[in-house]
Design a protein around this ligand. Structure first.
Ligand code: FMN
Length: 330
């Protein structure tokens, strides 16, 4: 075995052991978009699916967690954004999570709620925190995060800081993570992206936009098509209004440029249940990886494509290709 292989396997294995999944490939917990069907499809394909819990009232959150359990017997997670609805809303959601106890709690914009990390860990969950700066990573580690996700400025949706590109952020967070796995996020769509960040020492990857354009996602068909049609030039970093978030929170969208359309100013994630008119007019959350997404596929196909990047090419030649890789991550 060469050195690269050992580093890759070690890094990936830490995450797979912690989370009990086959591949260190994470679906972002995207509000409204990452529902039970998508989460279960990713989990059944060997990745870590994550329910998008943001905005979900406690009863609906419980329903989504239970529906997911019916669709898969594999581990999965849930994402919450504590700063979004205020302490009472968050506590009500958190109580449901403690009762239903999925394998992983994923947190975003969580720096003012440090006790949640210890409470989730006491309940037996793994806690992942997504951040976009060294300062935020240090805080999350001090509060006990098991896994850190480096959110590069390429990322779609909301950004926590959002000013540092993944190539620079990832090594900086690995440096301060003190051996904890660091996932790479932002523009991850295919095997080449995965291979690149694993070689840099990532413990795994987290992808959002690439899974929006999957058959099982709750995104409106027009939204999926916009992602397929978009080129790398087509996303924009914004700090204006985005549905319920504090004004000024940075986010990345495919903008809508129609001059007379007020919805063009709003970042959003049009869902399958939304009217086509709305889906057509909204600016849509998406990351810079859009230029590498050329069709809608099943989530299993997307996980398989990403998993192929976990193997170094020489290793694949030597160990029997993708089947060999599956065995090693089994
Ligand atoms: C449609 C969409 C919705 C998102 N919603 C959330 C969310 O609710 N919570 C969260 O922590 N991150 C959310 N994100 C950000 C992701 O966690 C992640 O940082 C991002 O998708 C990674 O970049 P990529 O889209 O280029 O893969 C969202 C991203 C997208 C594209």
């Amino acid at each position: 075995m060469n050195t690269t292989t050992t580093v890759n396997e070690f890094a990936g294995n830490a995450v797979t052991k912690l989370c009990g999944v086959r591949y260190p490939i994470f679906l972002a917990g995207m509000a409204a978009i990452s529902g039970p069907k998508l989460v279960a499809a990713v989990a059944n394909a060997g990745g870590m699916g994550t329910i998008g819990g943001l905005r979900l009232p406690p009863l609906a959150l419980r329903r989504w967690l239970r529906e997911t359990k019916e669709l898969t017997d594999k581990p999965f997670g849930v994402n919450l954004v504590p700063s979004f609805g205020g302490p009472d809303v968050f506590e009500a959601q958190f109580q449901v999570v403690l009762q239903e106890r999925p394998r992983m709690l994923s947190l975003f914009y969580a720096e003012h709620y440090p006790r949640m990390i210890a409470r989730a860990k006491d309940a037996g969950m793994i806690v992942m925190v997504q951040v976009g700066s060294v300062e935020l990573a240090r805080q999350a580690i001090a509060h006990g995060a098991d896994i850190i996700t480096a959110q590069g400025s390429e990322s779609g949706g909301h950004l926590n800081r959002g000013t540092i590109g993944l190539l620079s952020l990832l090594p900086a967070l690995i440096d301060v993570a003190d051996g904890r796995p660091v996932l790479a996020a932002g523009g991850i769509t295919n095997r080449d992206d995965v291979r690149t960040v694993m070689r840099m020492g990532a413990g795994g990857v987290l992808a959002g936009t690439a899974f929006v354009a999957c058959e099982e996602s709750n995104a409106h068909p027009l939204y999926k098509q916009k992602i397929v049609d978009a080129t790398v030039d087509d996303t924009e970093y914004r700090t204006g209004y985005s549905f319920g978030w504090k004004y000024g929170t940075p986010h990345r969208v495919i903008p809508n440029r129609d001059k007379w359309n007020l919805l063009r100013f709003m970042g959003g994630g049009a869902r399958a249940i939304d009217k086509p008119k709305m889906a057509q007019k909204l600016s849509l959350y998406a990351g810079q990886g859009v230029g590498k997404i050329d069709r809608v596929m099943s989530a299993a196909e997307r996980v398989e494509e990403l998993a192929k990047g976990l193997a170094d090419e020489r290793e694949r030649d030597a160990d029997g290709g993708f089947e060999g890789l599956q065995l090693r991550y089994a």
